[in-house]
Ligand binder design. Structure first.
Ligand code: 6GU
Length: 505
């Protein structure tokens, strides 16, 4: 791979003699030559710019000067200086390679006396790319760097200054079949393309075979194919200024450490680059990934291609219709298989209609939380919770079987006994982490509303035969404290009663 960088500040590129890139140049993996654009001028002032056509501030770099420089460099690598040749073949010392950079800046004349190492050179044969750094280019990405490292033999970097390079330069070479790559480092403006040229050499150069000692370090880094930012890294001392390396990285359990790193990657990416979360392949994620993402405000189920942002919020009167639709969809999931459709429909019509939800939503004793798909073209509600708060330190739902005298973890209740009347997640969102996130938000809301009490409880009843729900409630910190009979339509159902403390440590 050879870079030819053209700039009015060729000395700038002496930095490329240092570190990794410098070593690769010594080893011949990479050749870099910097050239002075002014060497292609003919006038005594060595002018490279002129005033902008159509008026405006600043100066524009002339197409004719750039054309001469690029034509000559495209014509092939015959024009290596002797020292560059030495660098490429690994004969140079560090000191000579440093000179190769700064001395390789002279105009490399047509018909130079050195032999052309690749005869009949054409842009195609060299797979040459004309790279033009500009704040109006496409963002430089790891994908673009990987493609250049894999496919280009020669990259000519045309560093503009002032207001940029006459647009016909890019147009002309693209028309001649040269790949023109106008790229930007990010949404800010530099004074010229030199810094961006160094960035390109380093980002592409380190991907060349034989450049990075441990190729695995290429796999796990930020912007690798996984589409996540890298996790935080640590090394000794184990404790520094009161900060310890996370224990999970010291214990020697590689699976746990890998999971921890994956979670930190997801966390960082969600916080710093939410745009990258939306680009993740949801089908490549496991249940733990989805749970973590739900904590971070994104939801993905097994059927979705990409995670979407989710919002958990208190429902308002305008949500009654959508809530009733979700409730009607989800209620049958919790019923035993033998229960008739008519009984379920009767229950839904009586307790889960839009009118009923309208009443719940208007009554301050009910706390209704919804989890919704907040992405573009969101699919609506994925789940909801419905809590009934009693007056003062009373018990909500006494006639429903509230465990008024129950103790939990050996603790006696001090404060209200809230009823978790409904907690449903749409079938499509099972296993997505939505229910965990919705539950934590609900518990936080209850804790907030009962904070003047020392030890408030929350209770619920669920069908005895619904093992999935029973297991889920135990995981949510509930303990079985009793039983009740619950009517769905005309059918009596055996329910289990669960309770737990609201305040968490
Ligand atoms: Cl590639 N060039 C200039 N002049 N400014 C930039 C940039 C490039 N990328 C971000 N800002």
């Amino acid at each position: 791979m050879r870079f030819d960088i053209v700039s009015v500040f060729p000395e700038f590129f002496q930095v490329l003699d240092l570190s990794l890139v410098g070593k690769a140049r010594e080893r011949g993996v990479l050749e870099v030559a910097a050239h002075d654009l002014r060497d292609w001028t003919d006038d005594p002032h060595r002018t490279v710019d002129d005033t902008p056509a159509g008026g405006g501030a600043g100066m524009v770099m002339r197409a004719d000067i750039w054309g001469k420089a690029i034509d000559e460099l495209l014509a092939g690598p015959a024009r290596k200086t002797g020292e560059e040749e030495a660098v490429a073949q690994g004969r140079a010392t560090g000191g000579r390679s440093a000179r190769a950079c700064s001395r390789g800046t002279g105009k490399l004349r047509e018909g130079a006396k050195r032999p052309n190492t690749v005869p009949n050179a054409t842009p195609e044969a060299f797979r040459a790319v004309l790279a033009i750094p500009t704040p109006s280019g496409t963002p430089l990405t790891q994908r673009a760097c990987e493609r250049l490292a894999g496919q280009a033999d020669r990259i000519i970097v045309a560093c503009g200054r002032y207001e940029g390079i006459d647009a016909r330069v890019a147009e002309h070479y693209a028309g001649r079949g040269v790949e023109v790559f106008e790229y930007s480092l990010g949404d800010y403006v530099l004074n010229g393309g030199e810094v961006a040229a160094v960035a390109l050499v380093e980002a592409v150069g380190r991907l060349l075979p034989g450049m990075v000692g441990n190729p695995e370090s290429l796999l796990e880094e930020s912007h690798s194919a996984a589409g996540l930012l890298e996790y935080p890294v640590y090394t000794r001392p184990v404790e520094w200024r009161g900060l310890r390396i996370p224990e999970v990285l010291l214990g020697g359990n590689h699976r746990e450490a890998a999971r921890w790193r994956r979670d930190r990657s997801l966390e960082r990416t969600a916080a710093r680059r939410p745009d990258m979360i939306a680009g993740l392949d949801a089908r490549a994620m496991d249940k733990k990934d989805r749970r973590m993402l739900a904590e971070l405000g994104f939801m993905a189920n097994r059927g979705s291609s990409h995670p979407t942002p989710m919002r958990i919020r208190e429902a308002g009167p305008a949500d009654a219709e959508a809530l009733a639709a979700l409730a009607a969809r989800t209620f049958p999931d919790a019923c035993p298989a033998w229960l008739g459709r008519e009984d379920m429909d009767a229950f839904i019509a009586e307790n889960l209609s839009a009118e009923r939800f309208g009443e719940y939503l208007a009554d301050p004793h009910w706390l209704v939380l919804v989890c919704e798909d907040a992405g573009e073209g969101g699919t609506g509600f994925a789940g909801y919770t419905l809590c009934l708060l009693p007056e003062a330190d009373g018990a909500a739902g006494i006639e429903e079987g509230a465990p008024v005298n129950a103790t939990v973890d050996g603790v006696v209740r001090d404060g209200p006994l809230v009823e978790l009347s409904k907690f449903y997640v749409d079938r499509a969102w099972r296993g997505s982490g939505v229910s965990g996130a919705l539950w934590r938000a609900t518990l936080a809301g209850l804790s907030q509303r009962t904070r003047q009490w020392r030890e408030p409880f929350v209770w619920l009843g669920t069908n005895e035969g619904n093992r999935r729900a029973r297991k889920a409630y135990r995981k949510m910190g509930f303990a079985e404290v009793g039983e009740r009979t619950f009517m769905v339509g005309d059918e009596p159902n055996s329910d289990v009663i669960f309770a737990r403390r609201i305040h968490v440590a």
